[in-house]
Design a protein around this ligand. Structure first.
Ligand SMILES: [Zn+2]
Length: 305
């Protein structure tokens, strides 16, 4: 073999191994976090999510394939605030991957970067239903929190891979700019409906409604995580009639029976909003998620005028 060929071979081998070694393998609990991780990670990371966006993130059925993925991860990004408490902790333990155990640097709790609402004051008891005791974990539904998650991830990825810090910082800056532009559009579309009262099924939307000026006055669930009861449903119907409330926002994984019957009695509309990326075919990334929800809301308000 000639000296030149050897040199080419060595270069190729070096190139391939250094590239493979440099790509961070990132797992996320949800598709929202995966979408943001892809935005700031670009081709320096490979990203996969455990839960799919059409699943209820409080209840995800563990599969053996999740374990295989977690075993190979350099980092695991979670929503936190106990959203995944029913399914994720045993998977992390069973993965036996030291990099992603809760005390390890590769365990990234995205809630620590974000503005959290509904942090309960005083003692949380079972009588209150499935109240999230550390605050509302559906916080990614405010683009400002999406921006905070992106910044947090860019910083973490830079710590894990210092040689690429400039690229992560640049990707974050590009995401921030694109999100700021998009957010202006969403806010402008929602502006005519500022202050409108709505009912939501679960407490998934406080951050979203805060951002876009909607006023959530009650829930189809009588208490968080507790299915509808006839008495509470009757109260809702009376409230909606009295205050002229027309929209009931429902996550795609809840039964539509009660919301539909309420809407029929008050001349209202059930709006199946997507709480997560991957909830349906249209919501393929973090931007498309808000595009979809904002457009659907605007159309729904126009219908019930
Ligand atoms: Zn919840």
């Amino acid at each position: 073999m000639s000296k030149n060929l050897l040199a080419v071979g060595a270069l190729l081998a070096f190139g391939i191994t250094s590239h493979a070694a440099s790509k961070l393998n990132v797992m996320t609990a949800t598709e929202d976090l995966a979408s943001i991780a892809r935005e700031v990670g670009g081709d320096l990371v490979s990203v996969d999510s455990i839960a799919r966006g059409y699943q209820d993130p409080h209840f995800v059925e563990p599969k053996p394939s999740f374990l295989l993925k977690l075993q190979k991860a350099d980092a695991l990004v979670v929503v936190g605030l106990q959203l995944e408490i029913g399914w994720l902790p045993p998977l992390i333990t069973q993965s036996r991957n030291p990099k992603i155990q809760p005390s390890a640097p590769g365990y990234i709790d995205a809630s620590t970067f974000c503005k959290i609402l509904e942090i309960p004051q005083g003692q949380v008891t079972r009588a209150m239903g499935d109240v999230h005791p550390l605050g509302n974990p559906h916080y990614w539904l405010d683009p400002d929190n999406g921006r905070r998650i992106a910044k947090g991830l860019a910083d973490k990825f830079s710590t894990m891979q210092p040689a690429s810090a400039a690229q992560f910082a640049q990707a974050y800056a590009a995401f921030d700019k694109k999100l700021t532009e998009a957010q202006k559009g969403w806010e402008a579309k929602m502006a005519p409906y500022k202050g409108r009262k709505v009912i939501t099924y679960h407490r998934s939307w406080p951050n979203f409604c805060d951002r876009f000026g909607l006023n959530v006055v009650d829930y189809v669930e009588p208490k968080p995580g507790i299915p509808p009861t006839p008495a509470h449903t009757l109260d809702l119907i009376n409230l909606m009639k009295r205050d002229g409330i027309k929209l009931i926002l429902v996550e795609p994984y809840f039964d539509l029976c009660t919301p539909n019957s309420i809407a029929a009695q008050v001349g209202g509309q059930v709006v199946v909003l997507m709480p997560s990326v991957g909830g349906n075919k249209e919501t393929t990334d973090y931007f498309k998620l808000f595009d979809y929800d904002v457009n659907l809301l605007v159309n729904s308000f126009l219908k019930v005028k």
